[in-house]
Design a protein around this ligand. Structure first.
Ligand code: TYD
Ligand code: MG
Length: 455
């Protein structure tokens, strides 16, 4: 029998390569490709059709069943990101950088669910039971009826789950789990995949909800959460800048609710506190009106969030000037710089550009284009924008402004926070008399003329 040839898998995205390479062609990550034991080739000579299988029971789409009852944890930000509470028998992945606060968040969530009457189990593969207990004490959760286990052997965990039949189990983290049926080190792509598969299958067949914690890894060897994203119902990422105390829980996939919903938390000495009004928080650091600052009225999931986009433009001493972008898509920034240059005649050659979203927020909506351009222009011209102005609109390559969705929501939130004027694309339909002064502009050239004179 021919020996199966080795296989190389990217630990960041799971792509399989024929040979080792320094950079994964699929996701562009460096030094993430590792050799994996090939999955068993299987009985290639036999086909499935030869032997008879069991007939599976089929049913129709019509149903009398009520939608599954969801359980609310009472942590409103967490429940919202789940799409309105925890669905029974669902599999959820919570990814994030090490040290960002995943264990803290889930300990708080599991305690909240336990207090709502769910039978909850918290399995830690990273910390000893005593450490988790200590953390719970510090968070004031020691009284919550959560069963605690410290284990990494998947077989033992599944046996325990079978006997205990909890409603919810947290696995912290999936990278520490190992199945003795797979000949690979814990944390390798094949171990992580098979552990996730076993746990998710268990969840679906026994009606247990599982939450898997996955560390986002920068190194090879350890597989990242992306390799199990396709197996679970819901994928949440916990993000934030290390230096900031704000943390954002973002749904990137959800079979039971809207994707791209966010929950905002603040890391305090006593654990994660919910932030009910993120706009006020993200704008709270705004001081006197200064050049380079523009307020964007954005939508995250189902709710409006106002953020401040900050730009700094300075003469560069480099042959190819710097483009440093934090919290925004750098491709989008390049596009807008190009549009400003070729359609509006405002070059940024020889200038370093720094862009940032205040508070460590990430903005990915195309609707942020106009606010981004406004911040850039304001920084370049050294002219502050009016402090009570919000901006939104998408910029096309021809420099035309395209209308965006959920206009009323954006305007209402801005008005609530004391803004009195808005700049938006011309084609936008605004229903109801928003109490703000609206300026609808057809394109970026008009915007430049309007705000900064002839440009
Ligand atoms: P942790 O939940 O252990 O992160 P993860 O599980 O994602 O690796 O959180 C670690 C960080 O959170 C640690 O640097 C300390 C900080 N922290 C607080 O600031 N306050 C707290 O109450 C707790 C529990 C943690
Ligand atoms: Mg942890």
């Amino acid at each position: 029998m021919a020996k199966a040839s080795p296989q190389f898998t990217c630990t960041a995205c799971g792509a399989v390569h024929k040979k080792w390479a320094g950079r994964c062609e699929a996701c562009g990550a460096w030094n993430t490709i590792a050799e994996e034991a090939p999955l068993s080739a299987g009985p290639a000579s036999r086909t499935l059709g030869g032997t008879k299988g069991r007939r599976i029971a089929l049913s129709t789409l019509a149903t009398e069943e009520a939608p599954p009852p969801r359980t609310l944890s009472g942590m409103a930000e967490f429940d919202r990101v789940l799409g309105g509470g925890l669905v029974p028998a669902s599999a959820i992945l919570v990814g994030g950088d090490p040290g960002i606060g995943k264990s803290t968040l889930l300990l708080q969530a599991v305690a909240a669910f336990a207090r709502k009457g769910l039978k909850c189990l918290y399995i830690s593969g990273e910390e000893a039971a005593a450490q988790v207990r200590m953390r719970a004490q510090r968070l004031g959760l020691a009284e919550a009826p959560v069963d605690l286990g410290a284990e990494t052997n998947l077989r033992d965990i599944l046996t325990t789950l079978e006997a205990e039949r909890p409603d919810l189990v947290i696995i912290d983290s999936i990278q520490t789990m190992w199945a003795d049926t797979v000949e690979a080190a814990p944390g390798s792509v094949s171990q992580v995949r098979s552990a996730a598969h076993e746990l998710v299958t268990f969840a679906k067949t026994r009606g247990v909800s599982v939450i898997l914690v996955g560390h986002v890894t920068k190194e090879g060897q350890i597989a990242g959460p992306r390799v199990v994203e396709h197996m679970v119902d819901t994928v949440l990422y916990f993000e934030g800048e290390r230096g900031h105390q704000f943390r954002i829980l973002r749904a990137v996939k959800n079979r039971f609710g809207p994707a791209s919903e966010i929950g905002v938390f603040e890391m305090t000495g006593g654990g994660l506190a919910e932030v009910a009004n993120p706009s006020a928080l993200f704008l709270s650091e705004r001081g006197q009106p200064a050049p380079g600052s523009a307020v964007f009225a954005g939508i995250e999931g189902t709710r409006p969030v106002l953020t401040e986009i900050q730009a700094l433009v300075a003469p560069s001493s480099l042959a190819s000037p710097r483009r440093t972008v934090v919290g925004l898509d750098s491709g989008r920034v390049s596009t807008i710089l190009a549009v400003l240059e070729s359609r509006c005649g405002i070059p940024f050659t020889g200038l370093d550009v720094f862009l940032n979203v205040a508070g460590g927020m990430k903005v990915s909506e195309p609707a942020a284009d106009l606010a981004l351009a406004a911040a850039l222009l304001s920084a370049r011209e050294d002219v502050a924008l009016p402090p009570d102005l919000v901006i939104f609109g998408e910029i096309s390559l021809s420099a035309a402004l395209r209308p965006v969705g959920q206009v009323e929501n954006r305007l209402k939130e801005a008005e609530k926070l004391g803004f009195t004027q808005a700049i938006l694309p011309q084609g936008t339909k605004v229903e109801g008399g928003a109490g703000m002064r609206l300026r609808k502009l057809p394109d970026l050239v008009t915007f430049v003329g309007d705000m900064f004179g002839a440009g």
